[in-house]
Write a protein that binds this ligand. Structure first.
Ligand SMILES: Nc1nc2c(c(=O)[nH]1)N[C@H]1C(S)=C(S)[C@@H](COP(=O)(O)O)O[C@H]1N2
Ligand SMILES: [Mo]
Length: 249
């Protein structure tokens, strides 16, 4: 249903996008037009949904007994095996990029910060959904602590897993990054985040489709633009399979 609305808005965008002209000059017609259409879809969706609107939350009884794991289910490196064996006591999250105070945080550090718990539905673009409970540190708290620059427009998530040589990564804009339900989760259904769901730390960005929810996160960077990073489309599946950067549900 909601995806239908997105397509409708994207369709309108095809007829109406004019603001992309400058970007077309900068990056070439295809990329510039695709990105401006994607951002137009985002802006159009935001016209009809408040920037603070919360994703629906569910009761504990509604949690899915089997929450599917998708994409990487582990990180196939000796380093990750070592962290797993050590209960991730040596794992560090780097917070950097356009910030006044870069941070290096352990999972214990994160667990001593304000936390939020939410029961939400995960929607994968491949056509399945599952309801789970997530506890973690609000990303807004981390960005404030690091002193994020007001010139930063996006937040990039770097992940430990790779597909061949290509690391998984994702990015969201500042409105999604600062949204109250956007958390760096270290618990799922009351247990430490399981290996297959991204241990020890993964993003939950509840108004977006599943592929935005980066697992095995090692780094968070405040950035001005994602076009000069990796394949330039803002995320692993965006680069590889043409998934839309804007994945608003
Ligand atoms: N690092 C990383 N994050 C990832 C993926 C991945 O392969 N690697 N897959 C994405 C996709 S497509 C989905 S649907 C969700 C799946 O999360 P789950 O395994 O907890 O169900 O993780 C997303 N985040
Ligand atoms: Mo997915």
């Amino acid at each position: 249903m909601m995806i239908g609305r997105r397509k409708l808005i994207a369709g309108l965008g095809a007829g109406l996008t004019l603001g992309g002209c400058q970007k077309i000059l900068e990056t070439g017609p295809v990329d510039g037009f695709a990105q401006s259409l994607d951002l137009f879809t985002r802006d159009a969706q935001r016209l009809v949904t408040s920037r603070d609107a919360l994703a629906r939350e569910y009761s504990a009884a509604e949690r899915s007994p089997d929450f599917r794991a998708n994409g990487s289910r582990t990180v196939d490196t000796p380093e990750y095996r070592r962290h797993l064996a050590q209960g991730f006591s040596g794992w560090r999250l780097a917070v950097g990029g356009m910030v006044a105070r870069p941070l290096s945080l352990s999972i214990a550090d994160l667990q001593h910060m304000p936390a939020r718990t939410q029961i939400t539905r995960h929607d994968c673009v491949e056509g399945w959904s599952a309801i789970g409970q997530w506890t973690g540190t609000p990303l807004s708290h981390l960005l404030k602590l690091a002193g994020v620059s007001d010139k930063a427009r996006y937040v990039l998530f770097r992940c430990a897993d790779r597909y061949g040589d290509t690391p998984y990564y994702e990015s969201v804009d500042m409105i999604e990054a600062l949204h109250p339900q956007t958390i760096m989760a270290w618990r799922m259904n009351g247990q430490p985040l399981p290996e297959r769901h991204g241990a020890p730390l993964r993003l939950r960005v509840e108004r977006q489709l599943g592929y935005k929810h980066a697992k095995y996160v090692t780094g968070i960077e405040a950035i001005a633009d994602y076009r000069d990073i990796a394949g330039g489309k803002g995320g692993f599946w965006e680069d590889r399979a043409g998934y839309q950067w804007w994945a608003g549900i």
